[in-house]
Design a protein around this ligand. Structure first.
Ligand code: ATP
Ligand code: MG
Length: 281
């Protein structure tokens, strides 16, 4: 096995909660989580609301610090880097958020939005080269380069997620963290965005940490999956191992709690097959 691109070891994140009368108690949002993600693969983290998925995602993005444990990306321990070295490293990991409406500044042109992460590069191109780079990022996600001159409100939810993905790709990151990146979209649009992400994995060897509460989505997109319960990773394996032969009661409960999931997955698979190849919605 080659060294994983992303390696998380014994990660814990405690939050101090202040109650009435000033008493504090500790909430362990992430509890001793270890996982490894191979370069060029999609690793899904699945679990119920409040189990700690977004906390984990924020720490992997170095937007929050762990209470203990390590996150290594390409061999570097993110939280042992100097602020300058971490700032330089940020080009290697980018994020796509859930809300395709709130995550794009409505007053900025699409071109300006997509170019935002270029400030992380020392040698960011300017002028025509910059415009060409923006156009290429938009084309990569199935949008015309001319979209750069338009504004977010002119686009549908699915197209906005494509814009958010173009923004995430512009620094040519090694890792993209997607936190519920398709949850707000209609099923057929979800299928198109999932297919886009898989295409990026295959064409560019992109590595994806894909956070979702939806096992149907896991079935479509992930190579491996980790099941999270109350901050802990209770089961990890290939998608087929975990979904077809769950070892944990909690995973079985997740599968059973949503009897529509099989139907959902089936419907999504159908939309997947029927969907036009590189179209935008
Ligand atoms: N900044 C914070 N301060 C205190 N508690 C927090 C903070 N962020 C998250 N939590 C708590 O940590 C736990 C995990 O939250 P988190 O947002 O990571 O869950 P999640 O799995 O992403 O949930 P969802 O599926 O609803 O998005 C929750 O109990 C939450 O209330
Ligand atoms: Mg969340």
């Amino acid at each position: 096995m080659t060294a994983p691109l992303l390696s998380i070891e014994n990660l814990t994140r405690d939050y101090a909660l202040r109650g009435r009368g000033g008493a504090t108690r500790t909430l362990r949002a992430v509890d001793d989580v270890s996982l490894a993600v191979e370069a060029g693969s999609v690793f899904a983290v699945v679990g119920e609301s409040g189990c700690g998925k977004s906390t984990l995602a924020r720490i992997v993005m170095a937007l929050d610090r762990p209470t203990s444990g390590t996150v290594r990306l390409g061999g570097d321990d993110l939280f042992a880097l100097s602020p300058t070295a971490l700032a330089r490293k940020r080009r290697d990991f980018q994020m796509v958020f859930q809300d395709p409406y709130g995550s794009l500044n409505p007053r900025h042109s699409v071109g300006r939005i997509v170019a935002e992460p270029l400030c992380l590069l020392d040698d960011a191109p300017r002028g025509r080269d910059r415009q060409a780079l923006i156009a290429r990022a938009l084309e990569e996600v199935g949008l015309p380069g001319s979209a750069a001159a338009r504004y977010p409100h002119e686009f549908s939810g699915g197209q906005r997620q494509r814009i958010a993905i173009a923004r995430a790709l512009i620094t040519r990151p090694k890792l993209v963290v997607a936190d519920e990146a398709v949850s707000a979209l209609d099923l057929s649009i979800q299928a198109q965005i999932l297919r886009l992400i898989l295409g990026l994995r295959d064409r560019h060897g992109l590595t994806v940490l894909f956070i979702t509460h939806n096992l149907g989505v896991v079935d479509e997109i992930a190579d491996r999956v980790g099941v999270m319960q109350a901050g802990r990773l209770v089961e990890t394996g290939t998608v087929r191992e975990v979904l077809d032969h769950p070892r944990e009661d909690y995973t079985r409960k997740l599968l059973a709690a949503e009897p529509t999931l099989a139907v959902l997955a089936q419907r999504e698979r159908r939309a997947w097959r029927a969907g036009p190849l590189a179209s935008c919605d």
